[in-house]
Design a protein around this ligand. Structure first.
Ligand SMILES: *Cc1c(COP(=O)(O)O)cnc(C)c1O
Length: 352
């Protein structure tokens, strides 16, 4: 693919630190168009800035949009590493298939991403900061009337980010949501699309008003099984075994989740993908058998859970301190991501 480069008249000053999360963007962005005649075409890297978009663009009315999230890490010796980017490429293909959108082949996805990162490599900050990468695809055909769009845009934005939580690995308070749901069988729970989030903001906002940092989602059918926490997969250590929900179509197949399952099995540690009811979880909490709990996702990597609040009852986990397994998984995973620990899994992908 020929990628046209349009230079910026002026580059932005690069902030040294205090990035926050997802508020600062780099000098350039990637953009590529799709239509039925030409397929994916007109790939370009151009200065970051506003889009010109027809107000009838289908995405604005019917939310035909998918996205991905990954990070670039700078090693101590200055190399730039991605973490399992082919998994993001494959997941985007799955997401696009579900939303009737054209696929971006894995090799093309990686080619576009690498080209943008080669231009912007100086923007990758040093640890514990990193460069968050946001690829996304959306429908641009101008029409008011529900149907699969005939035109799309694929874009990639880059944003230097600090540690996800300002206060580091401090355990968070979680509200178990028993009114709203995020996914039902046959829906789009396993797909990374903006529409899922639009419907979930209300629960997150209500929980935030009561001092909780995320909600724990129960299944949409019976409000009985524990599914995900906010924008993360969720894992619980009960009586020595790490438990997480199976990928049954309502759970987002997280790459962090998959990596943790690999690490656990590789080290002979007990782990199980199985349905877990909220009653079993609360019971384990009451009797002291719930030893650790944490959310997993690219943004925070691992976010320990200190409190669960369900129907007026509060469970405290590991004295609201990070547990040893959670800490080990965090150190191991971030160690591989930043190239501090040898990568024996072939997970890291260097940008050269
Ligand atoms: C992106 C996402 C995750 C985490 O996936 P990773 O690949 O680990 O970043 C989990 N749940 C939801 C709903 C997500 O959108």
């Amino acid at each position: 693919m020929q990628i046209h480069f349009i230079p910026a008249a002026q580059l932005k000053p690069k902030p040294e630190s205090d990035f926050g999360f997802g508020k600062i963007f780099t000098d350039y962005m990637f953009e590529m168009d799709y239509d039925e005649q030409l397929g994916w075409h007109d790939a370009q890297i151009r200065p970051y800035g506003p889009l010109k978009l027809d107000p009838a663009s289908l995405v604005l009315h019917y939310a035909q949009e998918t996205f991905e999230g990954l990070k670039a890490y700078r090693t101590e010796d200055g190399r730039i590493l991605l973490f399992r980017p082919e998994m993001n490429a494959r997941r985007l293909i799955q997401s696009n298939q579900r939303l009737c959108m054209p696929e971006i082949p894995e090799a093309l996805f990686l080619e576009c991403l690498e080209a943008l990162l080669r231009v912007e490599r100086d923007w990758v900050p040093i640890a514990p900061s990193s460069l968050y990468i946001r690829p996304f695809v959306f429908a641009t055909e101008a029409a008011v009337g529900v149907h699969p769009s005939s035109k799309y845009k694929f874009m990639i934005l880059l944003s230097p980010v600090g540690a996800y939580y300002a206060d580091g690995l401090n355990p968070v308070r979680i509200y178990v949501e028993d009114e709203y749901i995020r996914a039902t069988p046959g829906g789009t729970g396993a797909v990374k699309c903006g529409g899922n989030y639009a419907a979930s903001i209300i629960a997150q906002a209500q929980a935030a008003r009561c001092g909780f940092s995320q909600v724990l989602w129960l299944d949409g059918k019976e409000r009985k099984y524990v599914e995900e926490v906010g924008t993360m997969n969720v894992m619980f250590k009960i009586k020595g075994q790490l438990i997480t929900a199976p990928l049954d179509g309502t759970i987002l197949p997280g790459i962090t989740r998959d990596s943790i399952l690999h690490l656990m099995r590789e080290h002979g540690l007990s782990v199980k993908e199985r349905p877990l009811t909220i009653d079993e979880l609360m019971d384990a909490g009451r009797t002291g058998q719930l030893e650790e709990a944490f959310g997993t996702g690219t943004a925070a990597v691992i976010s320990p859970i200190g409190q669960l609040h369900y129907k007026g009852e509060t469970i405290r986990i590991h004295n609201e301190k990070i547990g040893p397994l959670t800490q080990w998984l965090y150190d191991t995973l971030t160690g591989i991501q930043w190239g501090r620990i040898p990568d024996s899994y072939g997970w890291t992908h260097e940008i050269v």
